[in-house]
Design a protein around this ligand. Sequence first.
Ligand code: PMP
Ligand code: GLN
Length: 380
Amino acid sequence: MQISKLPKLSESIFSTMSALANQYDAINLSQGFPNFKTSEKLQQLVTEAMQNGHNQYAPMRGDLELREVIAHKIYKSHQTQYNPLTEITITAGATEALFNAITAFVHQNDEVIIFKPAFDSYEPVVELNGGVPVFIQLNYPDYKINWDEVASKINSKTKMMIVNTPLNPTGTLFTNNDMLALQNLIKNTNIIVLSDEVYEHMTYDGLLHESACKYPTLKEHSFVIASFGKTFHNTGWKIGYTAAPKHLMDEFIKVHEFNVFSINTPYQKAFATYIQDENNYNYLNQFYQDKRNLFLDGIKNSKFTFTPTKGTYFQLLKYDTITQENDVDFAKRLVKEFRIATIPISVFNTNQLDEKVLRFCFAKTDETIKKATEILCQIH
Ligand code: PMP
Ligand code: GLN
């Protein structure tokens, strides 16, 4: 008898590489988190909320003021309205939101289309629910989507499609044409779109984030998932939210209610105040673009090759001019010999396709970025 529901799953690459980085005292550009501080003001708001007695259960869907503030933020960014009472839920990070949306809708043998390379939270949750992941592999360096191929994978069993823009780990963006193609494919179907938009505030070179909620038909089919951890430099706080039309959210909250019931109260109170000021997030595109540029400038004379990332706080570097080692082995060697930790991309690909590409997180202080690029220039 099979005991495990996820027999193929082993430790995540994020845990492996961060542990190796600690063991070898390496610069950790692997797991995606900033090494600079979250805002003092935000920390102060959390403390005040605790001191003011906001320490008991929050409403199941989240603090209402926070949901109202989020609805307003989405309206300002994308000119579309969600009802804060019924169409927005605060979650324990984007991770909980992904779990809820997949679990609420995917039945045994339902198919879920996933683009590869993909963030590692999607596939196991589909499998836990008895669903069947259907992969579409995209390729370095453009990771361009062939929408005819996507159309060919859709059939009567297709329940859901998971999209991620800006895309982790590739650093690519869905364009306006991609969104229109997606909308065209799912109109007149019951397919649900899980739109993972946790890097919404990290797009570069004047390119814009295309949210699923901007496209009216797409919006009707979509969960839009966001992460405060990613946006506000506090991944350890594990807060995010999901917006979706009522008919989808009604099912989502049935899982949320029995998964966590509600999210920690004082942090929600703090975000409700903090997010009201656009200046607390409008600077992010430029802020991270400067970091990306510092990183790319630092490695321009190295042997790595690259296409500048368009979004997320990750940069991919190809190393086939340095070695033909497989990417997992090379990543491990970089930690041990050069004291720099990265993420090998093959772990996110179908059949561990190895295109000799590593992912580097540049959400780091300028000092760390400079030290890291000096090391990268020494690798021949
Ligand atoms: N989606 C993507 C694409 C991610 O990179 C991450 C990692 N932060 C998550 C979801 C999970 O976000 P959170 O930390 O808010 O759970
Ligand atoms: N999203 C983070 C990354 O891609 C990792 C989150 C996690 O460790 N689960 O690096």
